[in-house]
Ligand binder design. Structure first.
Ligand code: AMP
Ligand code: ZN
Ligand code: FE
Ligand code: FE
Length: 274
C-alpha cells in the first residue's frame, strides 16, 4: 500500500488538475497520496472528491515556504483543517503577496531589457498560488529562454538578477500554523535545504516528521535522514514532489513510494489522532 505524500497541482505550480493526479496515482498503484500545493488548499475539495471515486486515500496537505535568510525551509502540513477560517485567510494573505511579487519580478526583467507583462504570467496561474515556475513558463513562451531550468539559472534563482522574495513565515510560525490547524508538520526535502543542524530544535518546537524519502535524495541521504528521524523521534515521510512533466523537475508521480509501515504511523497521528 505505497503512498506518495508530496504532489503539486495546477492550483499552485503543477500542471495537472486534482482529478488527473488522482487518476495517475491509481494507475501508478498508489493507495494514498497527499496534495501539497504551495500556500493553498483550494485544490483539496476536488482532490478529495476524485479520490473517493477512485478508491484511494487523500491526505489533505499543504507546503509552506519558510524564511531563514540565506535559504528556505519548506514545511509540509498533513491532515490540516483546510476549512478553518483563520487558516484560509492567512493563506490568502500569503498568496496576495505572491501576486505583488510577480509585479516586482516583471519590473526587474523589464530593467534587464526583457519585454514581458505581469499578465503574461498571471494568465498561466489562473487557479491559485503564483510563483517563479509561472514566470519561467512565460519566459519560454516569450522565447527568452528555452527551458525552465535556464530561466531559474539565468534570472530567477535566489542569486539571479530577477529574484524577489515573497512573504514567508518563519519555520517556527509554519510549525505553529500547521499544528494549530490540527495538522502534522513535516520538514520537506531536508537535503535540499541543508539545515540539518536545525532539525533537533524544530522537533522540540513541535515538528512531527521528516521527508526522508524524496525524489532528489540519494541512497546515502535517505539513510542519513532515517537515522535523524529516529534520533529525534520524528515520523518518516516520503514523496515525489511531482509537478508534471516539462516543469524542470521531471519526476513521475509515485516515483517515490512511502511504505505502508511508515504511512500507517502518519495516518495514526492524523486526522483524528490529536
Ligand atoms: P516560489 O515559491 O515562487 O519561490 O517558487 C519555488 C518553486 O519553484 C519550487 O517549489 C519549485 O517548484 C520551483 N523551482 C525552484 N527552483 C527550481 C529550478 N531550479 N528548476 C525548476 N523549478 C524550480
Ligand atoms: Zn512547486
Ligand atoms: Fe518544496
Ligand atoms: Fe513541493
Amino acid at each position: 500500500m505505497p503512498a506518495d505524500l508530496h504532489i503539486h497541482s495546477c492550483f499552485s505550480d503543477g500542471l495537472l488538475t486534482p482529478e488527473e493526479i488522482v487518476s495517475k496515482a491509481r494507475e501508478a498503484g498508489l493507495t494514498a497520496i497527499s496534495l501539497t500545493d504551495h500556500d493553498t488548499v483550494d485544490g483539496l475539495p476536488r482532490a478529495i472528491a476524485a479520490a473517493q471515486k477512485e478508491g484511494i486515500k487523500l491526505v489533505p496537505g499543504i507546503e509552506l515556504t519558510t524564511d531563514i535568510g540565506d535559504t528556505e525551509i519548506h514545511m509540509l502540513g498533513y491532515y490540516i483543517d483546510y476549512k478553518a477560517e483563520w487558516f484560509v485567510e492567512l493563506l490568502a494573505k500569503i498568496r496576495d503577496d505572491r501576486v505583488n511579487r510577480v509585479g516586482k519580478i516583471v519590473q526587474k526583467l523589464n530593467a534587464l531589457g526583457i519585454d514581458i507583462k505581469a499578465e503574461d504570467i498571471t494568465k498561466l496561474a489562473s487557479k491559485g498560488s503564483i510563483g517563479r515556475p509561472h514566470v519561467a513558463r512565460a519566459l519560454i513562451e516569450k522565447g527568452v529562454v528555452s527551458t525552465i531550468q535556464e530561466a531559474f539559472n539565468k534570472y530567477l534563482d535566489i542569486h539571479g538578477p530577477a529574484y524577489v522574495p515573497h512573504f514567508k513565515l518563519t519555520p517556527h510560525e509554519a510549525i505553529d500554523t500547521i499544528n494549530k490547524a490540527g495538522g502534522i508538520a513535516v520538514f520537506a526535502h531536508p537535503a535540499v535545504s541543508r539545515k540539518d543542524e536545525m532539525i533537533g530544535e524544530l522537533a522540540a518546537h513541535g515538528l512531527s516528521g521528516l521527508e526522508v524519502y524524496y525524489s532528489r535524495h540519494s541512497y546515502f541521504q535517505v539513510r542519513h535522514y532515517l537515522s535523524l528521524a529516529k534520533k529525534f523521534k520524528l515520523l518518516v515521510s516520503g514523496g515525489s514532489d511531482f509537478h508534471g512533466m516539462g516543469t524542470g523537475r521531471d519526476v513521475a508521480l509515485g516515483d517515490v513510494k512511502l511504505s505502508d509501515e511508515y504511512f500507517k504511523k502518519i495516518e495514526e497521528r492524523g486526522p483524528h489522532g490529536h
